[in-house]
Design a binder for this molecule. Structure first.
Ligand SMILES: *[C@@H]1O[C@H](CO)[C@@H](O)[C@H](O)[C@H]1NC(C)=O
Ligand SMILES: *[C@@H]1O[C@H](CO)[C@@H](O)[C@H](O)[C@H]1NC(C)=O
Ligand SMILES: *[C@@H]1O[C@H](CO)[C@@H](O)[C@H](O)[C@H]1NC(C)=O
Ligand SMILES: *[C@@H]1O[C@H](CO)[C@@H](O)[C@H](O)[C@H]1NC(C)=O
Ligand SMILES: *[C@@H]1O[C@H](CO)[C@@H](O)[C@H](O)[C@H]1NC(C)=O
Length: 656
């Protein structure tokens, strides 16, 4: 056999010399599994990877190189990234691959720094990312069975893979690029569908687009039950587990599925995720370092999840069930902080790696400097109601019963639902969502008087007052779609009827709100007169925009620098600087208190404009001070005391 192959390749060489691709093909770039020695072979040499996860969609492009270089200097020889489908196909058939979305450039940067890449293109990725990376518009078919052979799901996946994977093909190791392995789906064995035809479909498409020689793998929790539905013949099965577990037992699980081949932990957890209203998660440096040591001592390949977590900017965070949304910071207690800073964990893990592999010499890029720009006083600009014509230029959609976000083609952010009170409510009258259909939070007012907040799983009834014919407004916030488990078909808005005194409310005007465009236009022109402060019997203020300009001080070298913004006395909302959506703040619930502000969004040549949408209670007006203050500080606070929340005691019906 060998002889025949040799002669064939000798014959082929002259034919291929003409094209660059051909030249690369005949070079010895190969990445394979060596079953007889339980290892990888890179260019025919024994190889194991020590990798770290970084999600390009959680780190601004401005900082990609800095973070990758820090990973390289820790002694990693590879990085791992997911591809978030919904970050690229925002509307069906409309693709975004530029700027912060330029995944090819990100992979090329890693390559330029000498890092290999482990690619995890989903299509489902979990990742504590909105809907696990699946585009919300898939829910336009209400009954769609995601992550299965549902023909509508497969058609959308097929189309997407036909766009993404051809971009990845030239970046494969064997084609001269850095991508050594490609993961199919993600922890599929933890999902209920257990549809092997779906995995086979993906396998066939991945090979079709990437070639027969690409090394495909799967990742599942290190338990037999997960590997049952997650693994498939022809896809190399790997496992994931964190510090402190029995490593022998965890790898034995992989061995049951893959009797031969390299041991691989595809997600070795350096930290853990957070939820609003729960303590910030941490995992001790010593526990992570000692487990990493044990994994490497076995000769296993490992990917540390996360090596840098980054940020859920804008509306990109996901949620778990029973509904708990993840905060804006995805710091993850990783070796590099959310802002890319070097931590004790970074140096401890580097020390461990150094005991097994050569770590690059030379200076490690330092943590970026941070600057405390101090306090900025904001003026109230407009309430959401006053800004409606700017926020919803096409006007409302009329409907007898409420429509979901998907039905009005609004995928993120906010929708305002308006109707009139059909009866007199001079006495407090219960406004209720009997089927727990507020997804996820509604800020309620009657004739411009704030009444309170309804919240999925937590508050499904609120007493309101007002006269018959008064305007009832519910500003409904999508707080992030469920990214894991049975309930990823997570519809938003008012997903079931509301009742007033047990009568179903009808005749809605539904306003999909385009916050981003409105914010970029400063919500129309600032006329120097802020909105008046509505006097409310409760201590809620109407959802409203607050604005200020602030300048970067002159005479200090190297400004602007990164900073963190905090909201003393504010409650919950969204913040933009120069039109860049930094994400949600919610100090009243915690544990996150400050938001990361990367320096590339700040300007020195002109004032910077900050716009805050406070949804619940601003610290000014209502008899308090006229101005509301935010503060730029030089240290993050992501582990402050939090307001513990307890779910409704009654078992509530969940949607989908
Ligand atoms: C770890 O798991 C292995 C294999 O199941 C078992 O033999 C061993 O006793 C376990 N070690 C501990 C400390 O539990
Ligand atoms: C609403 O008001 C009624 C009557 O004042 C009271 O009995 C009830 O507890 C209130 N419900 C809520 C949810 O506040
Ligand atoms: C609201 O109630 C009406 C009448 O019972 C029903 O036809 C409709 O489907 C309900 N709508 C939602 C969103 O639950
Ligand atoms: C005002 O807000 C605080 C903080 O959430 C709350 O504890 C309090 O009950 C509210 N007071 C009134 C009168 O609604
Ligand atoms: C902020 O600055 C911009 C541009 O310099 C200006 O158009 C706007 O009116 C200013 N806004 C405030 C609130 O001062």
């Amino acid at each position: 056999m060998l002889g025949v192959v040799r002669i064939l390749s000798l014959l082929l060489v002259p034919l291929l010399l003409g094209s660059a691709r051909g030249l690369r093909k005949v070079s010895s770039r190969t990445f394979k599994i060596d079953s007889s020695h339980n290892r990888f072979l890179k260019d025919g040499q024994p190889f194991r990877y020590i990798s770290g996860s970084i999600h390009y969609f959680r780190v601004p492009r401005f900082y990609w190189k800095d973070r990758l270089l820090k990973m390289k200097m820790a002694g990693l020889n590879a990085i791992q990234t997911y591809v978030a489908w919904n970050f690229h196909e925002l509307q069906p058939g409309q693709y975004e691959f530029t700027g912060d979305h330029d995944v090819e450039h990100f992979i090329q940067l890693a390559h330029d720094l000498g890092l290999l890449v482990i690619l995890r293109p989903g299509p489902y990725i979990c990742a504590e990312w909105d809907m696990g990376g699946l585009p919300a518009w898939l829910l336009e078919k209400k009954s769609i069975v995601l992550r299965s052979s549902d023909p509508d799901y497969l058609a959308a996946v097929d189309k997407w893979l036909g766009v993404l994977l051809p971009k990845m093909r030239p970046l494969l190791y064997q084609n001269g690029g850095p991508i050594i392995t490609v993961q199919v789906e993600n922890e599929y064995g933890s999902y209920y569908t257990c549809d092997y035809d779906y995995l086979r479909f993906l396998q066939e498409r991945f090979h079709g687009h990437l070639g027969e020689d690409v090394l495909l793998f799967t990742t599942d929790g290190a338990h037999e039950k997960f590997l049952q539905c997650g693994a498939l013949q022809g896809l190399y099965a790997t496992v994931d587990f964190g510090a402190g577990v029995n490593i022998t037992a965890a790898f034995l699980t992989q061995r049951q599925r893959e009797p031969r081949g390299p041991l691989v932990n595809s997600e070795f957890y350096t930290g853990w995720l957070d939820h609003w209203g729960q303590p910030h998660s941490t995992v001790h440096v010593k526990a992570v370092a000692s487990s990493l040591y044990d994994i490497l001592a076995r000769g296993a390949s490992v990917n540390m999840y996360m090596f840098i977590g980054g940020t859920n900017f804008a509306y990109w965070n996901g949620a778990n069930t029973p509904y708990q949304a993840q905060p804006t910071s995805y710091d993850y207690d990783a070796p590099l902080s959310e802002a890319g800073d070097l931590t004790d964990k970074y140096f401890a893990l580097r020390d461990v790696i150094q005991q097994f592999e050569k770590v690059p010499e030379g200076p490690i890029p330092p943590s970026t400097p941070k600057f405390a720009y101090g306090k900025v006083a904001l003026k109230k600009l407009k309430t959401v109601e006053e800004a409606l014509s700017i926020l919803c230029r096409s006007g409302p959609i009329q409907s007898l019963y409420p429509l979901t976000f998907i039905q009005v083609k609004q995928y993120f952010g906010f929708v305002l639902y308006r109707t009139t009170l059909p009866q007199d409510c001079s006495n407090p009258t219960p406004l209720s969502s009997p089927f727990n259909g507020i997804h996820d939070r509604a800020y309620v007012s009657v004739n411009g008087v704030p009444q309170g907040v309804l919240e999925r799983n937590l508050v499904i009834t609120l007493n309101i007052t007002g006269k018959a014919g008064a305007t009832l407004d519910l500003l409904v916030e999508n707080m992030g779609r469920v990214n894991y488990g049975h309930s990823i078909n997570d519809f938003k808005g008012l997903v079931s009827n509301l009742t007033l005194d047990s009568n179903i409310l009808t005749d809605w005007k539904i306003f999909p709100l385009n916050m981003e465009d409105a914010v970029r236009s400063h919500l129309g022109t600032w006329d120097g007169h802020g909105s008046s402060y509505a006097h409310s019997p409760s201590n809620y203020t109407l959802p409203a925009f607050y604005v200020a300009n602030f300048s970067i001080p002159t005479g200090i070298p190297d400004l602007p620098q990164d900073t963190f913004i905090q909201f003393p006395g504010w409650t919950k909302g969204q913040v933009w600087i120069n039109g860049f959506n930094l994400g949600r703040y919610w100090p009243a619930r915690g544990p996150q208190v400050t938001l990361f502000v990367p320096r590339h969004i700040l300007v020195t040549s002109a004032p910077n404009t900050i716009i805050v949408l406070e949804l619940e209670r601003a610290p000014c007006g209502n008899g308090g001070p006229e101005l509301c203050t935010v503060e730029f500080v030089d240290r993050p606070v992501i582990s402050a005391a939090q307001t513990m929340v307890t779910s409704l005691k009654t078992k509530t019906k969940t949607h989908g």
